[in-house]
Design a binder for this molecule. Structure first.
Ligand code: PGA
Length: 246
């Protein structure tokens, strides 16, 4: 019922030339009929290039953030409509790096989720605990709080219009992935919080997913795919993770 989904988060990486190479490599490697939904999220300046180079493939694309506002005097911000104009399907919301470095709060993230969903983008809501929070056994509290902030704003049905990505902060970019069992436990909890909508909401795992670790993660009952950072910058590695989700 839930389609396996793999989304690449390029973060602030790659030049224009590297972007073109990477997109071409992905486009060549992912044609034909596939069970898995695949998407990449390049930096804003390269989204138009993604639209051009992914046209012949089955790969969707999206942005890494958006403004909570529809339009207006918001220097440096990018609206949902602008992303839709470029052909984006997805947008990441509440990535831990934005929570940490840009001070994004649960409230702001809920507003962004709503702004994206209202326009028909698929928001990918990132949630996850820090190492300190895990060690203090607060994982469920933190993930529950992050989820409920969005549920309170858009309702359970609203959240189900998006995708949830569980990304333990201590596993992001560290090479230290959660074990499949650890991730499964939190995914099952997320589904529980989503109540009746949990059954058909895709819940992805993120945090140092590599070609070698992907299959064991995807074998877990409640892990529907992955949000991939570092390994999404190499076409070969990213495609291997996509194949593991099939
Ligand atoms: P990583 O990043 O795969 O490099 O750990 C994941 C993410 O931040 O989405």
């Amino acid at each position: 019922m839930r389609r396996p989904t793999v989304i690449g988060n390029w973060k602030m990486n790659a030049s224009f030339a590297q972007t073109a190479d990477l997109l071409a490599g992905l486009s060549e490697g992912w044609t034909g009929v596939h069970q898995a939904e695949v998407a990449v999220c390049p930096p804003y300046p390269y989204l138009a290039k993604a639209a051009e180079l992914l046209e012949q493939s089955n790969i969707a694309f999206g942005a890494q953030d958006l403004s909570q506002h529809a339009s207006g005097a918001y220097t440096g911000q990018v609206s949902a409509d602008m992303l839709l104009d470029l052909g984006c399907k997805y947008v990441l919301v509440g990535h831990s790096e934005r929570r940490e470095y840009q001070g994004e709060t649960d409230t702001l993230i809920a507003e962004k989720f709503e702004a994206a969903a209202k326009k028909g983008l698929v928001p990918v809501l990132c949630v996850g605990e820090t190492l300190e929070e895990r060690e203090a056994e607060k994982t469920f509290d933190v993930v529950g709080r992050q989820l409920r902030a969005v549920i309170e704003r858009v309702g359970l049905e609203g959240v189900a219009k998006g995708v949830v990505a569980y990304e333990p902060v201590w596993a992001i970019g560290t090479g230290r992935s959660a074990t499949p069992e650890m991730a499964q436990e939190v995914h099952a909890y997320i589904r529980e919080v989503l109540g009746p909508e949990g059954e058909h909401t895709a819940v992805l795992y993120g945090g140092s997913v590599k070609p070698e670790s992907a299959a064991a993660l995807f074998a877990q009952q409640d892990i529907d795919g992955a949000l991939v950072g570092g390994a999404s910058l190499k076409a070969e590695d990213f495609l291997a993770i996509c194949r593991a989700a099939e």
